[in-house]
Every structure is written in structure tokens, then in C-alpha cells.
Write a protein that binds this ligand. Structure first.
Ligand code: MSP
Length: 655
């Protein structure tokens, strides 16, 4: 009987579709994807789940704001153009399943009822604080400076009849789980959980709401909606078919091998989640890995601060694989990291274009040039080759050690050590010098080329989970057959055919012109920031009243523009010569040069206040002010001169 394949079940959090996703969300999904691809390569039967967390008050509020139903709202963000599903396609995410909330509703009701029947969920009264953006309940004592301890935003008072989960009952077993097993990693997160949440006393958790309806109804008590986090956490099991007919993989894949989650939701996954599973009598996931955040200028990205980085723009500009690689090469997965366009471009130029890209293009070009594209089979191995061969042959094991710890950065660093060694080997062996006498050195030169190709192949196999598309091209260029792209072959030096026939192809990773790219990205970010600002804003109305007589003292007149010229040495001022009906020209200076070309104003009929005391500006007298309408559009000031019907004669009084 064929041996059953080993299984691996990995999940990302299900993302809130309250806004488009940013680079931070992409980071976690790309990490999970690299892991899933790596395990598939190792021969595991992999289940890779991601999805969206569509219920909750925040979504209900946002839909209301947009004037559509919550379902329409989430459908657009999840499955609409450039939505979440599209983003994962663009990022080449190989998820096996994508959970949305439809089939999972009935299952959550059954789960809730089961915990209720067991006595682990009971009805009580909730009095405390609620953070809407985080969908988290807090007690007064948990707030930090009166604000949500997770996100620092205002919390609301909340008081209502509600169901509670007996979280306190599970405090001890959960503490054991955290302290005495490697359930939660990195280890530093364990102390955080135990010290901040368990030791101060774990309170029962409010698990239902009555103040909104967009969620899973408690079927035995209409009006109550299941707390979104209960709903959300069980997605990891309902997506496999627990208590529903859509799938039938629960027995096969549960418990999960690892949940990847961001550090701020470790609490839900490492305390509440195992407690509820214990209550349900279900096996616990083998591991929760709490990764760090990608920060921008040292702070959290947030849509409301207008500082989110759009993965679409980056992937479209630099390529999906380059972005995937950068995310996992640059930041240690367990800690926070500072995102910047500069470091993205630097990584592309140094690691990909320079080190890896050059290795491939130089090697394939040399084989083409010196051997007409096909290596002869004879070899002449020398002592100086040993270090490279040894490093490449043992790379897979080192890489595996790092990957098993989710240390993507270390795994990639290991590969790039070998790539650097290969580039150095080119300098040491000086193939161009060997090629000067092919008769004497042909065999040695072929050996050097083979070593370079073989090293590149091994690195290519191990880079495949990170850059699947580019590595396919790389294999084609170095002439690696399918059998020498496998996990097994990565540990076997010499897998590549002795008479390999590489072909120099397109540049795998073109160099980026950093200055130009950064200017373009800054401009795109500025445009996005502006687009996020309100389309039209006008100044607030003045509260203070003026009396009628004061108003009547202002003399507004119709004026015609006889001439208009820029004022020398002033970027802002235009100098108007106006017919105000008196027969004597009136001169007014106005700071509107950025809005109008002077010549286009000649002949226009405008409005001006004419009884202001004259003012000197740039050495010229200005006798009055032209009236204009001002407002802000996407954060940018706009101005329109008040233009009147040309039929109105100059000097007519405005009142
Ligand atoms: N819906 C919940 C998860 C429920 S899982 C049962 C949720 N959604 S979320 O959209 O707000 O966040 C999803 C994940 O994105 C979290 O793991 C969070 O840490 C991650 N990230 C959000 N911003 C991030 C960064 N700037 N950097 C890295 N990850 C970030 O929470």
C-alpha cells in the first residue's frame, strides 16, 4: 500500500474587509505562501487557508457610511476589482481555500450552542468598554490612559445583556500550554501573554452583542449576535468542513500545524482560541506563530493616518517576486521591521539584480560563448572548487533548519552566502583567462561552468517557495530538467545533467533606477494621500454676526480687466488694470498667479471691493481686492475668481 503523505495545514488570519489591504497584510500572506510552497516541495499534502472576516460592527458602520448593505460592501472589497482576491492573485498566493462567511454561519451556531449546553457559555450582563476598530472588549482597568491597549484609540461605554464564555475556567490549562510547550512562538510572546493577561486574572469573555445585526445570530436567542472573534477563530475549522457540508477535510487536516498571526492578535489565538477548543473537546493547533509588524517611519500603518503602503503599486512596478522576496529577506519574521521604498529598491538591486541576476546571466552567457551552449561531459575538479561544492551541497539542510523555525530571513541569508561564494568563485577561477587556450583548459573551464550552474540550480530550488515564477525562468535558462528542480535534488550535488545546455534569456531581475523610482513612488503616495482626503471641504461659516450698517459700508463693484501682468520677482502676485466705471484706471494686486495665466483674464468681468485703504505690495499700490471663491479639494486649495455676466457694465454696485 502506498504510504500516506504527511500533512501540513497552515493558515493566515482572516482579514477584515473594512478597507483595501496593505503591505502589512501582504507580508503575512506571502510568508504563509512561502511556507506552504516549501512544504509542498517537501512532499507534504498541504492545506493553505486564507480568507476574510466579514462580520462585525465596524463593517456594518462602514457600509452604512457608504450607503450600501454590509454584504455589498464586503463583496466589493473582497471580490471586486483590485480587491483582496485579486491582490492574492497578483501576489501569486497558492491558497487551497479562501473562507468567506457564507457557509460558516450554521456551523458557528452549532459551536456556540455546544459550548452553551456544556455550561461554558452563560447569560449575564456586560458592563465595560468596547473598541470598535479592534472589535475588542476591555475592562476599565485594562485601558491604557483610558484608551484601547491595542490600538490606542477611544473606547466606547458598553452595557448590555450578553453571553459570556468561561475563559477564567481555562486559565490554568492555557497557562500550562503557553509556559510548558512550544505552542506559542516566538518565546518572547509567551511572557507577554502570561504576564499581561493571565497573571492579572483571566476574566470571562463577553461573546455576544445586541447592538448590531451584521453577524451570526445566536439561533436560540434572537437579537444576540455571536462575538466576531468567536465567529472568526472557528473559521480555521469550519473551512475544513466542521459542522457543514461544504467540505470534508476536518478529520484529515485538523489540528492545524501553524497559525500565522500578527502580534496584536496573538492574545486571541493563544488564550481565547485554545480555551474554546478545550471547551469543545477539540484538538489544539500545534503552533501559533506571532509575527511582527511592518512599520512605516517607526509607527503602525493605518488608513486613517493616510500612511499605508499599497502592495499593488509595488508589485506592478517591481514585479511580484521581487516584492515577495524583499518582504521575507529583509525583516525577521518574529519582530517588527521598518518598511521603506529605499530598502526595497536596494534589496532588488543588490541581491536580485547584482548577486543572483548577474550570476545567472554571466554563467549562461559564458557557456554560450565558450561551448556553444552545451557543456562537454569531461571534468577536471580542483582543490579550489571544494568550498563552493561543500557549501552548495549542505545548503538544503541549513535552509531546512531555518524554514522549520519560520526564520525566512535566515534561510534566505544562507542562500545568498552561497550565491556570493559562487560570484567569488568566478573571480578566482577567471574563466575568461582559461578560455584563451581552450585546448589546454577546455575541460577545466567546463568544470567551472558546471559548478556555477549546479550551485545556481540548488539555490534556485530553495528560492522557489519565495519566487516561484522567476525560478521557473531561471531553471529554463540554466537548462535544469524537472527532476533537478525537486527538494531531493537540492541535496544532491551533481543532479544537473553533465552536458547541460543553458540558454541566456531575459534579464531575470532588471536593475532599478532608484532615484527615478522613488520620485515616482512618492508622487503616487502623495496622489493616494490626497485621494483619501475629503473631495470637497469649505471653510466653516463665521459665527460672529456683523451689523447691517457695517456691511453696507463695504463698496462692492463690477470691474472689467483691461490688462493683467505678473508682478516681477513675485511667484504669487498678478497686477490688474481695471475699468471700474469712473473713467480712471484702478490697479489691484492679487495673489492668484498659481491659479490663472494673466492673459486669459483680460476682458473678464469681475467683482471687487473698492473702498479698502490702498496697500503697497512689491512696491506697487493695490486699491481694493478682487473677490474669489475658495475651497479645498482632496487637501489641495482651489480658487476661482468670481466672474460675472459680461453684460453688466463696469462700476455697477453689488449689493
Ligand atoms: N479579522 C482579524 C483576524 C481574525 S483571525 C481569526 C484581524 N484582521 S486584520 O485585517 O485587522 O488583521 C489581519 C492581520 O494583518 C493581523 O495578523 C495583523 O497583525 C496583520 N497586519 C495588519 N497590519 C500589519 C502590519 N503593518 N504589519 C504586519 N502585519 C500586519 O485582525
Amino acid at each position: 500500500m502506498a504510504e500516506e503523505k504527511k500533512k501540513f495545514y497552515i493558515t493566515t488570519p482572516i482579514y477584515y474587509p473594512s478597507d483595501k489591504l496593505h503591505i502589512g497584510h501582504t507580508y503575512c500572506t506571502v510568508a504563509a505562501d512561502a511556507m506552504a510552497r516549501y512544504k509542498r516541495m517537501q512532499g507534504y499534502d498541504v492545506m493553505f487557508l486564507t480568507g476574510t472576516d466579514e462580520h462585525g460592527q465596524k463593517i456594518e458602520d462602514k457600509a452604512k457610511e457608504a450607503g450600501i448593505t454590509p454584504q455589498q460592501f464586503v463583496d466589493n472589497i473582497v471580490a471586486g476589482p483590485k480587491g483582496i482576491v485579486d491582490l492574492w492573485k497578483l501576489m501569486n498566493i497558492s491558497n487551497d481555500r479562501f473562507i468567506r462567511d457564507d457557509y460558516h454561519v450554521g456551523a458557528v451556531q452549532k459551536i456556540f450552542k455546544k459550548m452553551y449546553d456544556k455550561g461554558d457559555i452563560y447569560k449575564g450582563k456586560y458592563v465595560g468598554k468596547y473598541c470598535k476598530p479592534c472589535e475588542s472588549f476591555w475592562t476599565e482597568s485594562q485601558l491604557v490612559d483610558g484608551k484601547c491597549p491595542d490600538c490606542g484609540r477611544e473606547c466606547q461605554d458598553a452595557e448590555e445583556e450578553a453571553y459570556f464564555f468561561r475563559l477564567s475556567k481555562y486559565a490554568k490549562p492555557v497557562q500550562d500550554l503557553l509556559e510548558n510547550t512550544d505552542f506559542l512562538e516566538p518565546r518572547s510572546r509567551v511572557n507577554e501573554m502570561v504576564n499581561n493577561f493571565i497573571k492579572p486574572g483571566l476574566e470571562d469573555l463577553c461573546v455576544s452583542r445586541t447592538s448590531f445585526t451584521w453577524g451570526v445570530p445566536v439561533d436560540f436567542d434572537p437579537g444576540h449576535v455571536v462575538y466576531v472573534w468567536v465567529d472568526a477563530l472557528f473559521n480555521y475549522t469550519t473551512a475544513l468542513g466542521l459542522f457543514n457540508d461544504k467540505y470534508d477535510d476536518y478529520e484529515k487536516f485538523w489540528p492545524a500545524d501553524v497559525h500565522f498571526v500578527g502580534k496584536e492578535i496573538v492574545r486571541f489565538h493563544s488564550i481565547i482560541w485554545p480555551a474554546m477548543l478545550m471547551s469543545m473537546g477539540m484538538p489544539l493547533p500545534k503552533k501559533v506563530y506571532g509575527h511582527g509588524w511592518l512599520l512605516l517611519d517607526g509607527g503602525k500603518m493605518s488608513k486613517s493616518k493616510g500612511n499605508v503602503v499599497d502592495p499593488y503599486i509595488l508589485a506592478e512596478k517591481f514585479g511580484t517576486d521581487a516584492l515577495r522576496f524583499f518582504l521575507l529577506r529583509t525583516f525577521p519574521f518574529g519582530s517588527d521591521g521598518n518598511f521603506s521604498n529605499e530598502s526595497l529598491i536596494n534589496t532588488i538591486n543588490v541581491d536580485l539584480a547584482n548577486d543572483l541576476g548577474n550570476l545567472v546571466s554571466r554563467t549562461t552567457a559564458m557557456v554560450g560563448k565558450y561551448f556553444d551552449g552545451k557543456l562537454p561531459a569531461e571534468r577536471q575538479v580542483e582543490e579550489m572548487d571544494q568550498e563552493l561544492i561543500q557549501m552548495a551541497s549542505t545548503l538544503r539542510d541549513k535552509y531546512e533548519g531555518h524554514m522549520e523555525r519560520y526564520a525566512f530571513q535566515d534561510a534566505l541569508a544562507e542562500i545568498f552566502k552561497v550565491i556570493a561564494r559562487a560570484n567569488k568563485y568566478i573571480d578566482e577561477t577567471a574563466p575568461w583567462a582559461l578560455a584563451r587556450d581552450m585546448e589546454a583548459n577546455g575541460t577545466r573551464l567546463a568544470t567551472v561552468m558546471y559548478h556555477l550552474l549546479e550551485t545556481t540550480r540548488i539555490c534556485g530550488v530553495l528560492l522557489t517557495p519565495f519566487m516561484p515564477e522567476s525560478m521557473e525562468k531561471l531553471f529554463q535558462q540554466i537548462g535544469a530538467c524537472e527532476a533537478c528542480q525537486t527538494w531531493e535534488s537540492a541535496a544532491k550535488w551533481g543532479s544537473l545533467s553533465a552536458t547541460a545546455a543553458p540558454t541566456k534569456g531575459e534579464n531575470l531581475f532588471p536593475r532599478v533606477d532608484a532615484e527615478k523610482a522613488i520620485a515616482e513612488l512618492d508622487a503616487a503616495a502623495e496622489a493616494a494621500r490626497k485621494a483619501a482626503l475629503p473631495p470637497i471641504e469649505v471653510e466653516p461659516f463665521v459665527e460672529e454676526k456683523v451689523d447691517f450698517d457695517t456691511f453696507c459700508k463695504s463698496d462692492f463693484r463690477v470691474v472689467k480687466v483691461k490688462d493683467c501682468v505678473p508682478v516681477k520677482k513675485s511667484a504669487k502676485l498678478l497686477c490688474f488694470t481695471l475699468d471700474d466705471g469712473t473713467g480712471v484706471d484702478r490697479q489691484i494686486l492679487s495673489g492668484i498667479a498659481q491659479y490663472y495665466k494673466p492673459e486669459e483674464l483680460v476682458g473678464k468681468t469681475l467683482a471687487a471691493i473698492v473702498n479698502l485703504p490702498p496697500r503697497k505690495m512689491m512696491g506697487k499700490d493695490s486699491c481694493g481686492m478682487l473677490l474669489s471663491a475658495v475651497h479645498t479639494e482632496h487637501g489641495e486649495e482651489k480658487l476661482h475668481l468670481v466672474m460675472l455676466d459680461d453684460a453688466i457694465p463696469a462700476g455697477a454696485k453689488l449689493c
